[in-house]
Design a protein around this ligand. Sequence first.
Ligand code: FAD
Ligand code: MG
Ligand code: MG
Ligand code: MG
Ligand code: MG
Length: 536
Amino acid sequence: GGPKNLVMTHGCKGSVLKAEEIHQNDPRQRLVILGSGWGAVSVINQLDPKKFHVTVISPTNYFLFTPLLPSATVGTLELRSLIEPVRRLLSRLGGYYLEGRADDIDFENQLVEVVGVNDSDGRKFYVPYDKLVIAVGSESMTHGVEGLEHCNFLKSIGDARDIRRKVMENFEKASLPTTTDEERRQLLSFVVCGGGPTGVEFAAELYDFLSEDLVGYFPAIHLDDVQVNIIQSAEHILNTYDLKISEMTEAKFKRDKINVVTNSRVVKVNPTSVVYKDKSTGKQQEVPFGVCLWSTGVGMTPLVKSLVQKLPEGSQQNRHAIETDRYMRVIGTPEGTVYAIGDCATIPQPHFVEKVMDILKESDTNGDNVLSYEEFQELANKIIAKHNVLKVFLGRLDKVFEEYDKDKNGTLDLDEIRAFLVDAEKGCTALPATAQVANQQGKFVGERINTLHAIENDPVAVAALPQFNYRHLGSLAYIGGGGAALDMGQGLVYGGIGSEYLWRSVYFSEQVSIRTRLLLLMDWSKRALFGRDISK
Ligand code: FAD
Ligand code: MG
Ligand code: MG
Ligand code: MG
Ligand code: MG
């Protein structure tokens, strides 16, 4: 059926029924959810089973508890403890799961084109929907750097397994009598490209492993043989957090002999070394590695890229995500049928440029309608305090100033500033790509469509439904040695020993099941009693 005459399915029992047949037998609305991550699962957990016929389509048949993934790379936690099967989550709803990847969406005919994950013939089929939720997440950004095939990533359970195997393999190889000193240094050098929370937490976990388990388990290896490096392009690591947290983390890493290189860009990755360039001096350096983690931010998945392109001209402007309105409805799709949430979605800020131009008038202290560099810095800091959008420009405002000062007269005039703001807004998402955001957006959409179900024919009631409002509950990163960096967004910073328990308890109460909590508890107790599991 459908425009491409593909098999029509609805994830039903036994044989594949035609869509019309299912609808005859089932009066419920067909809700299709793409993805099985944070966003998707928060929707699932909200839904009223009586109202919807739910089908989840995702290449991964489990939900992955990403915040604890770095702990699984060195054996602090077991991989299995971090996942929850989708089918188990769906059983409350009597929902269906299809292990496949959405390849395309026909918004007009309300059909998702799906290809089975393990179907070597790549056969496609359609899944029709009344309502669709796109929650397909994001992909690691490559920044066009060559040689990323030599790097490890940390996004999926398979990635964590690969890292763990490689780390243990390298420690074993380094312990062999035939390994030369130079080889040992290379095998035991870890390079983390990107100083965001994932990179920082991986480095912290590595450090814990080195300080707690290495000496006992690998007597042939001296701690000085091991080196952990973090290469960060901004001026500080954890640069989306409060500056105090960045500084506290950098100080802790310094004590731990973790080598933090800031203000540097990776130019190339060779099979066993990384080449990076100091952004201010332009000097290039090479560090050997045994394991290199690539974690430098996220961008669009191939599906999202193609969707953004096919939506009506002008409806989608952002380069990082699908734009939605304040109800998480995808702009440019038939009204009320398609939602997007989580890493793959962003809500453009209404009148962002105009609002900033208003602040600008305040920053232009001498009222001459142009900004000197000092005035521009002041403006940028003001915007950053109010909008997340410009945070990525921290630490390189001088470069921005240079780039947008088109006439090279040493000041930015109104047009030059406007050009910068327009580009800045398109190049960022309004909210960070976090589980916290995806979780809240998923809850919002779940509640909204539950409510809509009864009032859909009453436009006044529909219009009165609330908009999405993000509540920032704080950012958290594990920095090793039992300490966590916690940014509550109000300048409240907490760290040091003991915060590990806080850190754990926060993640404990999130959307995991009792089963998962028990597994995590057992892992932590096991580690406390017997150390890490260092088998491959
Ligand atoms: P995801 O959770 O990534 O889910 C995307 C889903 O879509 C997956 O199931 C995927 O298989 C599926 N999918 C992909 N393509 C398709 C397709 N074509 N068709 C169908 N399905 C598809 N955030 C925090 O707030 N705190 C943290 O401490 C934290 N730590 C993190 C640590 C690591 C190592 C990582 C990788 C991320 C961390 N994050 C953290 C970020 C957080 O995990 C993401 O922001 C969050 O997962 C986004 O949720 P999502 O639903 O948008 O995407
Ligand atoms: Mg998801
Ligand atoms: Mg988002
Ligand atoms: Mg001025
Ligand atoms: Mg100028």
